[in-house]
Design a protein around this ligand. Structure first.
Ligand code: FAQ
Length: 318
């Protein structure tokens, strides 16, 4: 057995014994790369994910709704920051990750390429998108890489506040006037299928899953998580008096799960290729924000350099 194989085997045993891998530990190069890929995509998703909701900050229907939405969008920025930091512990360079996003080379969640034409879309995002994010991320609190798992604990707490914020908007609308109820139903119709796509391709078409599960980066498969989300969300829609837009949705006594209709994977892969309704708009908004923030980055760097010079002067004088 070569030394590398021996290390790989020991690493696997270490992970199998439910130990956390920390930044300075030895790890297979592919483990490091997989994590940088997943964590940076996740960070980009949080950052791009601010855009569809930011669209409604100035138009929220009351001050209470506006403050809650502002706080939520700010939380997403914070999540992006923890996640970029977590990817940095693996040796990734933050500017490289950001540049890949701005150049359209990096992936971020498909879900954020859909538009938010009405206030009800903000409710649907909180309820369904944050709901799906929680289903996926609760398992990531137990992921094998220490810094990622610790970041996820805090992120999940905040996501559950976001989910309730969204559900409460949907509750108000669905118990409101017929026009408000229709607005809620239309938003559910728009977001249901894209939310199911968030979990990624089916297990038999998910190239990264098997190895990620072996390394305990992922604890549950894409299909398992999708099913858990559906089972949890259908009763919530019933409570709202809204109809899930799937004629084949049925409770299956035998399996103890809901059966559901086919997902349009062609649409999913098309969105990944950059052809979703808002891909272009999202990327342009990020590029513009990056450019407009240049002076802030320069000022922060200049200040940091000044402080470092001052500290050096003071230590040499002492
Ligand atoms: N969109 O082999 P798999 C949020 C890609 S955060 C775009 O199954 P994997 C909070 C995948 O990257 C939402 N691409 O991949 C919020 C891979 O491409 P690659 C984000 C997708 O990694 C709420 C290829 O397809 N959450 O919403 C998608 O094992 C409200 C093959 O797929 C996370 O990132 C997709 N939906 O499993 C913010 C959670 N699905 O890299 C604002 C962490 C798959 O080989 C407002 N990530 N792809 O070229 C994960 O758990 C995993 O990365 C999966 C994909 C489950 C997303």
């Amino acid at each position: 057995m070569t030394k590398e194989m021996d290390m790989q085997e020991r690493f696997q045993q270490y992970v199998d014994a439910e130990n956390k891998v920390e930044p300075k530990d030895w790890m297979p190069e592919k483990y490091r790369k997989t994590l940088i890929r997943q964590i940076s995509q996740h960070a980009h998703s949080e950052v791009v994910g601010m855009l569809p909701e930011a669209n409604w900050i100035t138009r929220a229907p009351s001050l209470r709704r506006k403050t809650a939405l502002l706080a939520k969008v700010q939380d997403e920025a914070g999540h992006g920051l923890y996640l970029y930091s977590s990817a940095e512990t693996l040796g990734a360079d933050r500017m490289d990750m950001v540049e890949d996003l701005l150049a359209g080379k990096a992936k971020y969640s498909s879900i954020f390429n859909y538009p938010t034409p009405t206030w009800a879309d903000i409710g649907a995002i909180g309820w369904l998108v944050d709901g799906a994010a929680i289903a996926n991320q609760v398992m990531l609190c137990r992921t094998s890489y220490g810094p990622y798992s610790r970041a996820m604990v805090r992120i999940c707490k905040e996501e559950s506040f976001h989910q309730r914020q969204g559900y409460e908007i949907m509750m108000t609308l669905s118990k409101g006037t017929p026009a408000q109820k229709k607005m809620a139903q239309d938003a559910l119709n728009r977001w249901w299928w894209p939310a199911l796509m968030m979990f990624g391709p089916t297990d038999d078409n998910s190239p990264n899953s098997a190895q990620s599960m072996r390394w305990k980066i992922k604890r549950k498969s894409n299909d398992q998580l999708r099913q858990e989300f559906i089972d949890k969300t259908v009763p919530q829609a019933d409570y709202l008096g809204l109809r899930i837009p799937d004629d084949q949705l049925r409770w299956n006594e035998e399996t103890g799960h809901y059966d559901f209709g086919p997902i349009n994977w062609e649409e999913f892969f098309d969105v990944l290729k950059g052809n979703g309704k808002c891909n272009k708009q999202r990327l342009e908004a990020r590029q513009k924000a990056h450019k407009e923030g240049e002076w802030v980055r320069e000022a922060a760097n200049a200040h940091a350099e000044k402080m470092a010079r001052r500290e050096k002067r003071e230590t040499s004088a002492a």
